[in-house]
Design a binder for this molecule. Structure first.
Ligand SMILES: [Zn+2]
Length: 321
């Protein structure tokens, strides 16, 4: 079902937002980027409205287009509220009700990873699939599901949080206020990678990460990936181990849902096949036929996926119509 010609999508991340006018073919006609980390709610709303206004100026045909928002929060569709939002001050806030009046158009709000899944489904690595799952490996791990040709939201709107699926019974404590341990996010997120890299740097002071630490540089997931691409065996080992754990999570998803394809995106995927190869191998080792043959692919749309998906959401293109 083709949606309206032009909609505006806004992806609110923990540190920045992207707002853009997107047409029915997924083409981004104009895009605005703003830093939003640390902003209190009134400022966050004002900056978001200003970014949308700027997009409207750049693309006048979008002036009365509906707007979709992806926010990094668990949603409760009974109230419309964001229930838990770690990186933005949106806990208990009905974001659509707060921002709608300032924009003067209909607005739709959903979880940011659900939006990324929508975009990858319509225009990216899950194109043509009726059953697909997506994980976004960033600071945390977001998830999205397409089941039976529609975005799957669960009973209350909070489905697809595979990042908080427990993988290791006795694993490390999770991040972002999650009470769990050994969740996929606790093992395979950018935060987990940085934690494990720091532990390695302390344990092996003569390693390149160890020397980085001694020199006072920050031990980050990005640095691990850079060293790994450079051939550093310790950094490669960290990514290989992360990929194996990811594969355990993929096996759980594959055996539960039998998707055609499992998409992996987010900042950690700068490592690409250094993570996907062990993940795929672990999935094949642990899961049974026929589900184990699910495809494992890198996200195709990059950092604009959430914004494009938010625009698709506004256009009603989530498959539920
Ligand atoms: Zn968790």
């Amino acid at each position: 079902v083709p949606g309206p010609e032009l909609t505006i999508g806004v992806d609110l991340g923990g540190t920045k937002l992207l707002a853009g006018a997107v047409d029915a073919s997924g083409t981004v006609l104009a895009c605005e980027r703003r830093v939003i980390s640390g902003l209190p709610l009134p400022d966050l709303l004002a900056v978001t409205v200003a970014a949308v206004e700027k997009v409207r100026e750049a693309v006048p045909e979008s002036a009365d287009a509906v707007c979709g928002f992806g926010i990094p929060a668990l949603m409760d569709r009974r109230s419309g509220d964001a229930v838990r939002c770690v990186h933005l001050p949106l806990d208990g806030v009905d974001f659509g009700a707060r921002i709608g009046p300032s924009l003067g158009v209909e607005v739709t709000v959903d979880n940011d990873a659900n939006c990324a899944m929508l975009a990858e489904w319509r225009f990216g690595a899950a194109r043509g699939a009726s059953h697909a799952a997506m994980l976004t490996l960033g600071t945390g791990i977001g998830g999205g599901l397409i089941l039976d040709g529609r975005l799957y939201r669960g009973a209350l709107g909070a489905a697809a949080e595979m990042g908080h699926a427990p993988i290791d019974y006795d694993g490390p404590p999770c991040f972002g206020g999650c009470p769990g341990r050994g969740c996929l996010e606790a093992l395979c997120s950018g935060s987990a990678l940085a934690r494990d890299a720091l532990a390695l740097a302390r344990m092996l002071p003569d390693s390149r990460l160890g020397r980085d630490l001694a020199a006072g540089s920050a031990i980050t997931g990005e640095r691990v990936t850079e060293l790994a691409h450079d051939g550093d065996p310790d950094a490669r080992g960290l990514l290989w181990s992360l990929g194996e754990k990811l594969g355990v999570g993929l096996a759980a998803i594959a055996m539960t849902l039998n998707p055609e394809v499992l998409i992996v995106g987010g900042g950690v995927m700068a490592a690409d096949e250094l993570v996907l190869e062990p993940a795929r191998a672990e999935l094949r080792r642990r899961a049974m036929d026929p589900g184990r043959s699910a495809g494992v692919a890198a996200a195709a749309l990059g950092p604009e996926a959430g914004m494009i998906g938010a625009a698709l959401l506004a256009a009603g293109m989530d498959g539920t119509a």
